[in-house]
Design a protein around this ligand. Sequence first.
Ligand code: FES
Ligand SMILES: [Fe+2]
Length: 436
Amino acid sequence: MTTTGLDLGSLVRGERVHRRVYADPAVFDLEMARIFSRAWIYVGHESQVRRAGDYYATRIGREPVVLVRSEDGRVRVLRNRCAHRGALVVADERGHAADFRCAYHGWTYRTDGSLLAVPLPQGYAAAPTADPALGLQAVARSASYRGFVFASLAADGPDLATFLGRVASSLDDMVERAPDDALEVAGGVFKHAYDGNWKLYLENLNDGVHPNAVHQSSVEAARAQDDTVVTDGAGEIAVRQMRQNGAAYGFWEKEVGLFTFPFGHSYLSDYHTDEKLVAAKRDPVFADYIAALERAKGRERARAILSVGRWNTNLYPNCSFMSQFRQLRIVHPIAVDRTEVHTFNFRMRGAPARMFHDTIRFANVVNGTGSPVLTDDLETYGRIQAGLQAQGPEWINTARQFARERPDQGGGHVSDGTSEAHIRNMFAAWVQYMTA
Ligand code: FES
Ligand SMILES: [Fe+2]
């Protein structure tokens, strides 16, 4: 299909991609219209809108929306635009309100989006409040999976269960690690931005070859760290994480699996050699957590839950989470060369309170703006974008382990942890959305 002179399908070949896909503002506009307006987009978690009137304002692609729990208890995703003259109605990122009042002329909306009142109603031939079109419109579709709320701006398309497919098991993993089978967003939000295309972020997260090069400085610093200075189990996770980024290539090839699924999703299996259950012997907090999990679910089930070892799961196009570490990141494309990422941390209901401290400590190492690891990646995204915006060669190479994906019993395909299969898989979805 050709649009604005672009043959979109031809920009993606088996093992190469045209640089315009990352650098052309016209492609970016089409991505917002065809991917972010069609796919299921992760919006937020039900725990962020626990009580009626709680809201959280965010975006689907470039469209401002509000996640809100209405008086009837339902969680809704509403477009954040006044039906009068179009102003954003909800300006705060989160809060609690009995109703939403537009700051411009004071049109007021109920938490289900319906119009409650307007000033000077006598000035209209028919009362605006009687017209259902004059409300904060719900997006075309929204649905939850185990507390995770997704929305689609398209009325048609696969349902959420079909979209998630087998990769829903990573969300199961995240929820089932909680003794009470429930998670809640806690603490603040880490936000970072980079001068690069949104696709670079998901590509990097499951790229098993980059850590050895990109993160070399923190690998070396962590290796130089004396184990004996670690006292409370918290520093340990940081040092362990940073050291393991330097695992030999052979380890990534043989011990780490990269799993890809329809719709562009993927996950990387955990790449840490030491077992949490072994660590528990040294870490009293983790031991308490295991005990709570065993009390709630039985010893066998607890062991099965803890034996699931996944690193990043990417839900294409806008979400990546670490089920084991209770972190979730939302990718917000801003422009072809600008992206924001928001990271949320989850508390497990029924787990010792200290487990959440470890979540935050881990976040500070991996997702925080002061992270010695994340900052390397941000620098890299900027360098990639600068290179791709230069005229130079037209194609980039995504050929590592090309055509070596094997069908996996989990319903997707499996490659070794050095493969670029997840990138090719995302581009297969990209072509589908963009040319449908
Ligand atoms: S634009 Fe919202 S009340 Fe006028
Ligand atoms: Fe990285």
